[in-house]
Design a protein around this ligand. Structure first.
Ligand code: 5AD
Ligand code: SF4
Length: 468
């Protein structure tokens, strides 16, 4: 058994990154006819990791089922960012117990960020010993060998940290139109509330040659859009001696001529003028930026370790708005951080008024194991946190609607991703600015970029019809 240690996870060393190029995976029919059920919690990184896990288990003969009780293998790809994601997973695991009692051969696997936390491992050892495989974020590719050499009982294989970048990863992509491309792993920012630097380890950038090779392969497969993925994409390259920086990577990716390029998530600290320049002059880099602000109070930003003030954020925000025409900007905001006063919260409402974000993901602060903020007293009552969240959400939704209304009666480019899941007569696509559009019309094809006339606008989506 390999168990994680959160103190070790905190360590950053100066060791060089090892690039591990995996061998080609040979198909094996070991689990032919067996079914797997996979559930993903959390961020885009996890969604993309699940695409890898799917490839790995399908290379052993498993096929996917959406019905949990039909599965021979259940995989939970978990998130650790807030306590409520833990509660969901433990609740789910509780429900798996009776399936395991009925079917002794059922394999239950816990993957993703939760296993990186020591307290989670301790809970599993105490209460959930019927789980078969626990695997962390750093060595998830070993799930395949663990399934091949299956040992009975609970097997835990979690590394505390990693100096490796793993290459030649295969994915079973969820979409044939748009794909994720990791450009870096981990995070070195250590915002005081955040568990990611512990669960995902130190920042490790991929070599730009390997990223571009992957993108070329996706273009050959017909992909129309890629999203460059990292906890802190615009810190790309800082950890690799002699590597280019993010703005240069963006420029190189732009030259591949793939129709649409996106990137998440940017940290205001690393947002350079060169980036703004490259985004504004290259038409295939989408005018959409997710730029978490977290709070509008300088005092709280300092306690959060965010390394900018409200004024600096606004300066950057306004520069981006000025230089990139029609850009849309979304953000993340936390309410109820330790010691957040009514006045601090008012500053958060004020910055939302000033920025009028296109959208915001809003969260109630959740203390995370071993983070510096968890040592501060969590002294805001749940009632106050919920009130602030509600007040904030009302404001955020107002501005989303206001921004979306600007699209009314305009003809805009929409990349069609799929048939609308609720209404099969409609299609679902995205504008360049990342607005969801429900589209009607004849002869619409998935993967096409079409002109759509916007007929109505809601807070979270637009409706329109194809222009012939
Ligand atoms: N509590 C609440 N929200 C958090 N986030 C990260 N850590 C926490 C936490 N401990 C939010 C931040 C981040 C987003 C991905 O999740 O807003 O940008
Ligand atoms: Fe967490 Fe901050 Fe890193 Fe984002 S930048 S992953 S909030 S530590």
């Amino acid at each position: 058994m390999k168990l994680p240690d959160m103190n070790e996870a905190r360590l950053r060393n100066n060791q060089n990154i090892d690039f591990l190029y995996l061998d080609k995976i040979e198909y094996s029919g070991l689990y032919n006819g067996k079914k797997y059920y996979l559930r993903t919690y959390g961020c885009q990184m996890n969604v993309h990791d699940s695409e890898e896990l799917k490839y790995l288990v399908e290379s052993l003969g498993f096929s996917e089922t959406k019905v949990m009780k039909d599965a021979d293998l259940i995989i939970l790809n978990t998130c650790a960012i807030r306590e409520n994601s833990h509660d969901k997973v433990f609740g789910f695991l509780g429900r798996c117990k009776h399936l395991k009692e009925k079917n002794k051969d059922l394999i239950i696997c816990l993957a993703g960020c939760m296993p990186q936390e020591r307290s989670v491992i301790d809970t599993i050892l105490e209460k959930y010993r019927y789980i078969d495989i626990v695997i962390g974020t750093h060595n998830k590719h070993e799930l395949r060998s663990m399934l091949i050499e299956r040992k009975s009982g609970l097997n835990i294989n979690v590394l505390s940290n990693s100096n490796e970048v793993i290459e030649n990863i295969n994915y079973k992509h969820d979409s044939k139109v748009t794909a994720w491309v990791n450009i870096m792993y981990g995070c070195d920012k250590f915002c005081t509330y955040c568990i990611v630097p512990y669960t995902r380890g130190k920042q490790r950038s991929r070599k730009h040659e390997d990223i571009l090779k992957e993108i070329d392969e996706l273009i050959d497969l017909g992909y129309q859009e890629i999203t460059l993925l990292g906890q802190n994409v615009n810190a790309y390259g800082k950890d690799l001696e002699g590597e280019i920086e993010f703005s240069q990577l963006l420029e190189m990716v732009s030259k591949t001529n793939i129709p649409r390029i996106r990137f998440v998530t940017s940290h205001p600290w690393d947002f350079t003028d060169e980036m703004i320049e490259v985004i504004s002059k290259n038409k295939n880099i989408m005018p959409y930026i997710h730029l978490p602000v977290q709070s509008g109070s300088d005092r709280i930003l300092k306690l959060m370790g965010r390394r900018y003030t409200k004024e600096k954020y606004l300066e950057l925000f306004n520069k981006i708005k000025m230089k990139i025409p029609n850009v849309s900007i979304t953000t993340d905001i936390i309410v109820g951080f330790p010691n957040e006063t009514d006045e601090d919260f008012k500053h958060t409402l004020d910055i939302v008024d000033e920025c009028k974000f296109d959208g915001a993901y809003t969260f109630i602060y959740s203390p995370r194991e071993n983070t510096p903020a968890a040592k501060m007293e969590d002294n805001i009552s749940l009632e106050v946190k919920q009130e602030r969240l509600q007040q904030l959400n009302e404001k955020v939704n107002e501005y989303s609607l206001l921004n979306n209304k600007k699209y009314l009666d305009k003809e805009i480019d929409v990349l069609i991703l799929e048939v609308n899941s609720k209404d099969k007569t409609k299609y679902m696509g995205y504008t360049e600015t990342m607005k969801v559009v429900n589209v009607t019309g004849d002869d619409i094809k998935i993967g096409q970029i079409i002109k759509v006339l916007i007929l109505s606008a809601k807070s979270f989506s637009l409706d329109g019809k194809k222009v012939n």
